[in-house]
Design a protein around this ligand. Sequence first.
Ligand code: MEV
Length: 431
Amino acid sequence: MQIITGFSKLNKSERVDILRKHVPLSEEQVILLSNFQGEDIKIDELIENISENYVSNYVLPFGITPNFLVNDRAYFVPMVTEESSVVAAASYAAKFWSDKGGFRTRVLGTKKTGQIYFSWEGNIKKLQDDLPILKELLLSVAKPLTVNMEKRGAGISDVTLSYGGDYHILNVEFETADSMGANLINSCLEAMSPELLSFLKASYPKVNPDAEIIMAILSNYTPDCMVECSVECSISQLSQISGDLSAERFARKFELAVKVAKENVQRAVTHNKGIFNGIDSVLLSTGNDFRAVEAFGHAYASKDGKYTSLTDVEINEKGFKYTLRIPLSVGTVGGVTSVHPLSKLALQIMGNPSAKELMQIVAAVGLANNFAAIRSLITDGIQKGHMKLHLNNILYQFNANASEKERAEEYFKNHTVSFKSVSNYLESIRE
Ligand code: MEV
């Protein structure tokens, strides 16, 4: 294999030239790459700086889901996803809940933490006693980085120590206001690390060997950065969406579907994946780190030692209540959120929410997607909706014109959609 060096130093078209030397690409494919490069040079320059070795953009559909009533405020929610039916499912549930009080949400906490892992053979109990002095020192080192945050009521809220055998942990707790805070947290931790070492050396000079920083990094484990979201209605109102089932039967079947996800890990993963269909789409549209949110979302789903559903259903004489409780660490300023033109626009479309407000919108979309998925699963099945979109995709691939589309949509109301059946049908009407 030929090692390529200096790729990052090249410009976009030089990178594509190198790529073409190693990967067979037709002229058309090169044009395709360039078609997705921002035509507006300013956009191009912005995108180029988001990640490395840029040659083109990867375009995904940016859709809008209307009718999201969250805490009495109506939102148009931008969603970016490659998966068909996700936006349709969110829209369906948003509309259904919009005249039933909408989504009620509350933020349970916004605290984030970072850790400095270090090894040291000194008297850790003594260090624990000296923690207030160490804390003062560390806060003063981080002050230049946190001073702006403090103006917005954020900053470092606590420093604690956990100790074990081979290594110890200095936990630093942060409030990061409207930013996700990853850069701030990591910068603070890296500024604090040498100070921690100096403190250990100066305060306990007889201890050998020297203390060593193993690593300093934020934690995506954010159990204190949580949001809860619920929807509620009377049982009889469920008849609007219960298809052939009675409202009562629908409610009971829904409850059983959630029970299955609570008890059965195979189902729980798919159930929670449906929640993240909605959550990730909004995070992606706003330039947020969906991997961080997913990583802890799934860990949180296993917090009691067994992976389970992130939602809970309650059915009683008052009616039907469905709740999602989920950790969501998001930002509305800083990072890609403030750089990517479409992220900025996505936030503007939602009225430039604070991070807390965005947590609540995102949770509502997650709950909406899951609610719509379960509704389909316990009534018509999910393929009916999927197949309609699938049909559109196939028709597009065959360059169907408007009248062919209309005829095909009618025909496939009563016929099974597959690539072959659509191809045969188009052939027959084209003849
Ligand atoms: C598909 O992306 C998501 C669903 O499988 C979720 C679910 O089964 O609950 C429909």
